[in-house]
Structure formats: structure tokens, C-alpha cells
Design a binder for this molecule. Sequence first.
Ligand SMILES: Nc1ncnc2c1ncn2[C@@H]1O[C@H](COP(=O)(O)OP(=O)(O)O)[C@@H](O)[C@H]1O
Ligand SMILES: [Mg+2]
Length: 367
Amino acid sequence: MQIKSDKKNLFIGIMSGTSSDGLDVVLCSIDDNQIKIIDSISQSYSRKLQMEIIELNSPSIDELNKSKILGNKIANISIKLIEKLLLNNHLDPSSIKAIGFHGPTIRHVPKDFYSLQIGNEFLLASRTKIKTVSNFRNMDIASNGEGAPLIPLFHKYLLHTKNIKKGVFVNIGGFSNISIINNSSIRGYDLGPGNVFMDIWINKIKKRKYDKNGSWAKSGTVSDDLLRRLLNDSFFKKKPPKSTGRDYFNLDWLNKFNLNDFKPEDVQRTFLELSTILILREIEKLKGLKDIFICGGGANNTYLMDELSKRCRINIRSTEYLGIKPELIEPAGFAWLGCQSINNNKLNYKAITGAIKDNVLGVVVHP
Ligand SMILES: Nc1ncnc2c1ncn2[C@@H]1O[C@H](COP(=O)(O)OP(=O)(O)O)[C@@H](O)[C@H]1O
Ligand SMILES: [Mg+2]
């Protein structure tokens, strides 16, 4: 029987980002000139599991064992989602070329030559019977790169599939990162906090996972004084390549700012303002661009998107315009990176992470 063309070159991408909000899984077909999302499935983590992952970002007793047990939990959730996805699409595991798996980052310390994501790629490969690629960041770091962001090359590929030569992507996850594509040149780097402070704050004050549509932030007023002090951090002044995460921007970092002196909703509004300004500032520097594509969960924060659109002189669009929902860009990106890995394609991240050479990224586990 002939396989239908959209059932060829099938890959699965799994992403669980720094927000630790849940797992996004996509099934897609990938070739040199086209990516097609066939199906997707997402699962939110319980607040308890989210807290357990976030706590692992700081040193604690028995953390080695905890990270392995939690990694297994995440692998087991992923396995169930993959089984469902295959069943819903009447697919056999043998029709999937590979899984690109990115578990939650619990440490990202390029200066000490490591980045640590949890998950269990051996369980994934063994149980799903699908080749599994993981650990995408450490070869880049070994080449003196930041190990992040890795998604810009996928953004570039995405524009290529649509025959678009220039464009900017801003991914608003726990942290925000930007990709600037101008014909064959590409730059990309982390901007700093995206949703992470808004999530931490609403979690602390209201025990909620996130500020839906930014409505709590909207009820507050920006504190210019707090904003100025937040923006004074050296990371925001540093030139790229640069990457960051919860190792640096976390509750300890926030505790320096006496947040209890402010109305809680004003703090939330100021955090939204910080995320907005970090993005707008970069966009202001760019010339000759028509479109900015927003992806990541922040694209669903309607208040944040309204503020960005109102204050930006260039069109702000969701990546939906390119045919991929904003929350699926990262999992699709890791499906694509998995595809590059099993094809032994060396990727050039020099202008993004600062790596000194091209590398095949990821470690492949065979079932
Ligand atoms: N409707 C929404 N309103 C406000 N924020 C949202 C909404 N949907 C998602 N988010 C934010 O997006 C985050 C998840 O984004 P995601 O791209 O998955 O980040 P990460 O890659 O860090 O996991 C959530 O933690 C939340 O802060
Ligand atoms: Mg997420």
C-alpha cells in the first residue's frame, strides 16, 4: 500500500518549557520545504507537579534522586500522550521517524558547561518503540555556546517554507527570546522574563497558575520606581549571545525588591510592563521589517498582546498566520531538531548561541 504523502516523514515533538505549566506534543510531517502539523495534544501539570519541578530549580536535599523520579513521571505522561496521538491518527509507532523530546530545564549554567533537562528518554524510546532524541543543548555549550535559544533556526526554516525572506519571531514562554531573520542572516537571543514573574507572583498571592488574559495585571498600575529598578539588572544591558532562566530570575531575585511595599496588582501590572518593554525595546532597534510573529503561551495573554500591538509600529501577528498555533511552535521546533539530529545535519548556531563550530545537536536513543 502506498503511504499518503502527508503520512511520510512523520515526527513527534514534545516540549515542556521553563513555565513548567505542562507538556505540548505535536505530530507533524517534515521535509526540506514543508512542515505540516497533523495533530497535537497538550496536558497541564497539576499545581503540585508544577511546584515540584520549580522547586528542583534550587538546591535541595536528595535532589539527584528527586530529579530522576520526576523525570520518570514526565516521561510517563509523555508516553500516554504519544499513545493517544498515535491511536487517534491510526498510526503505528513504526511510521514515526523520531521523537524530539525536551523536558523541563532544572538548571541552565553554560558558564559551567552544562544545561540539565529532566525526563527519561530511555523509558520513552523503550515504551513507545520510537527512536528518541533528547539533550539538545549540551553539545552547543561544549562548543562554548549558550545552549539557548535553539528555536531561532526553526523559525528561519518556517519562514523558508512560506517563502518569506525577512521576519522577527518573539517567543513568550517563561522567558522571552527573539529571532531576527533577514535573508540568509539570522540572530537570536534571550530577552529575559516573559511570563515567569507574572506566574510566580499570582501563584504566591492568589495560588493560581497564571494570570488568565492578564486580567489581574490590567487591574493594577505600573510602578515606575519598581520598573526602573527591575530594568537596572545587568542581564538586560548585556550584549548577545545571552541566555537565562530560573537559575537567575527567580523568587530570590525578586525578593531584593521589597514587593510587599506595593499593591499586589500593581506588582503584577509592573511585571507585565517589564515583559512588554523588553520586547518593544528590541523591536525598536530593528529596521526594514514588516512582520513580527508572536509564539509561546504569552501570545494567549490578550492584555499583553494588546499592549504590544498598541505600542509597536510594526504588525504584531500570532504565528497562526504561518499556520502553526503559538503554543505549538516550540514542540514543532523540537520535532524539527529531532529530524535534523537523526539526519546528522550539522547546525550553525554561531550567530545565535555563540558556539564556535557547527554541531549535530541531540542524543539519539534507539528502542
Ligand atoms: N490565556 C492566557 N493568559 C495569560 N497567560 C497565558 C495564557 N495562556 C498561557 N499563558 C502563559 O503562558 C505560559 C506558558 O507558556 P509556554 O509557551 O508553554 O512557556 P514555556 O515554554 O516556558 O513552558 C503560562 O505559564 C502562562 O503564564
Ligand atoms: Mg509550556
